[in-house]
Each structure stands twice: as C-alpha cells, then as structure tokens.
Design a protein around this ligand. Structure first.
Ligand code: PAF
Length: 287
C-alpha cells in the first residue's frame, strides 16, 4: 500500500495509472475508519482496478465552534484496516499541502448549502464541496464512493458533479449500523455509555415514521410528529432538525408523495449525529 502525501505526486501517480488504462476508485474519508468506511472501500475495489482512499480532516468544513481539534484521529489503526481491505494507495495530505498560504478559492453549491445541516453548520458544505473538488482534481478518479448516512452530502456532490461537468461516477452506499441500529460514525466515539444507549432512538424515530408511511400515512406533519414523539422520550437527545424532503432536491415537502427522505440531526451529549431513511412501501428497498 502506497502512502502519498503531496498533491502533485498523487496527480502524477493517477496520470500514470490512467495512461495504463486502469480504472481508479476514490473513497474520500477523514480517517478514524469504521466498518462504514470499509464497506465503501470494498465496493470501490469491486468497481475499479486501483483503489485510492484519501484521509484528510478537512479544516474548511468545520465552523469556528465545532470539533476540528477534537475530531478523532488514529493513523496507525487506519493504516492496518486499509491494508486488510487491500487499498492500493492512501492519499494523506497535510493542511499546508491542501490549503497553502494565500489559498482563497471555494466551491459553493448554492441552494443546498443553507438547508438541513447547512442551517446549523453554515460553512460546512462549502468546505465539503471545495475539498471534494480538490480531491477529484488530484486523484482524478473514474468513480467515487460516499456513504448515504450523509444524505445531503451525496445529493450535493451529485449536483456539483453535474453542474461542473466532472466525468466521475458517484456511488452512494448503504449506511452500516451497529447491532442496535445506530448508524456508524466516527463521532459515536464522543458518546458516554448512557448517551450511547439513547442514541439508538434516532434510528427508532426513523422506523416509527416508516411504519406509519407503510400504513398509508402521507402527511408530513403526522410523520414528523411521530419521529419527534419517539425522540422526545429520550432526554439526552436534543433534535437539531427532523425534516421530510424530496430525495433529489432536498426541498421540504408537506406530503410524502414522491421519493421522500426523512432526515434527522440530533445532539447527544457532545456529539451531533445524523441519520436518514427513504420512506418506502413494504417490498421496496429503503436504499
Ligand atoms: O464524509 C466525510 O468524511 C467528509 O465530508 C469528506 C467527504 C471526506 C470530505 O472531507
């Protein structure tokens, strides 16, 4: 497994791989890898000849009072996990390599930046769009894989790829969960044992709304109330938002008539956790 630290060296390697006709997959990560990341990597391997994983805690997607410094990091553990999966190249740049002195160019996906998570995290999606654009230009992948737990991120990246004519296939992969349903996230590490137990109610709230939908309920108000009712029974959970929106545009809906996603963000102790599900009838995949 190669470890490449310089953007220019990564570009040169990708150029050589492309010249040899290799199909490159990219899995962008911020490290502290869990089974969710590893499942993206396995899928990336299936879809390519060369798997590149980027590992970079991107400062521009954290607001001033967020957890940039506290964000968990463990390169040795990550390296072992990536070796076991069979990653070919790790792109592991420094902050200075990605954002050298005088840096001032950012990518904004206009409408999607200020809704849902963007309301509480106003600079977050500008940082994500910027770093993902840079990673696309540095790694030059044919295919890039992202987890659907970050539903808004996947929708935003698809929009950006279309708008900016990136010739890259974007694959959204199913959320990997703990046995009690909690979506895997590097931020679960922040949870104290009693918070960890209650955090599983986020998934229960999505399931509650899904159950009503499957009985024929389509009113956003009723579906949202059900999710709030379930979350409300857990004092350690402070919802940031519960939203029902169009799965393609992320516009909020009053009725779950088309392809609709329920998205939740909630604070549990120090952690801000997100999760979502596509509302489906029995027999349809929930994605
Ligand atoms: O999902 C993440 O871990 C990050 O937002 C990403 C896509 C690696 C960009 O920093």
């Amino acid at each position: 497994m190669k470890i490449v630290r310089e953007p220019r060296a990564m570009q040169q390697l990708s150029e050589e791989l492309r010249a040899r006709g290799r199909r490159i997959a990219l899995v962008p990560t911020m490290g502290y890898l869990h089974e969710g990341h590893l499942s993206l990597m396995r899928e990336g391997k299936r879809r390519s000849d060369t798997l590149v994983v980027s590992l970079f805690v991107n400062p521009t997607q954290f607001g001033p009072n967020e957890d940039l410094d506290a964000y968990p990091r463990n390169f040795d553990q990550d390296r072992k996990a990536m070796e076991e999966v069979g990653v070919d190249t790790v792109f592991f740049p420094t902050n200075e390599g990605m954002y050298p002195d005088g840096y001032q160019t950012y990518v904004t996906v206009e409408r999607m930046t200020g809704i849902l998570c963007g309301r509480t995290r106003p600079v977050h999606f500008r940082g994500v769009a910027t770093v993902v654009t840079k990673l696309f230009n540095i790694v030059r992948p044919h295919v890039a894989l992202f987890g659907k737990k970050d539903f808004q991120q996947v929708v935003l990246i698809r929009r950006m790829v279309k708008d900016l004519n990136f010739d890259i296939e974007i694959v959204g992969c199913t959320t990997v969960r703990e046995p009690d349903g909690l979506a895997m996230s590097s931020r679960n590490k922040y949870l104290k044992p009693d918070e960890r137990k209650e955090a599983a109610a986020i998934k229960k709230a999505l399931e509650g709304a899904q159950a009503l939908y499957r009985k024929g309920e389509r009113s956003a108000r009723v579906l949202l109330d059900e999710a709030h009712r379930i979350l409300g029974a857990h004092p350690r959970i402070r919802p940031d938002y519960v939203s029902l929106c169009d799965a393609k545009t992320l516009a909020e809906v009053e009725a779950a008539d088309g392809e609709t996603v329920m998205a939740i963000a909630a604070f549990v102790g120090e952690a801000r956790l997100i999760d979502n599900c596509i509302l489906t009838d029995p027999g349809e995949g929930a994605g």
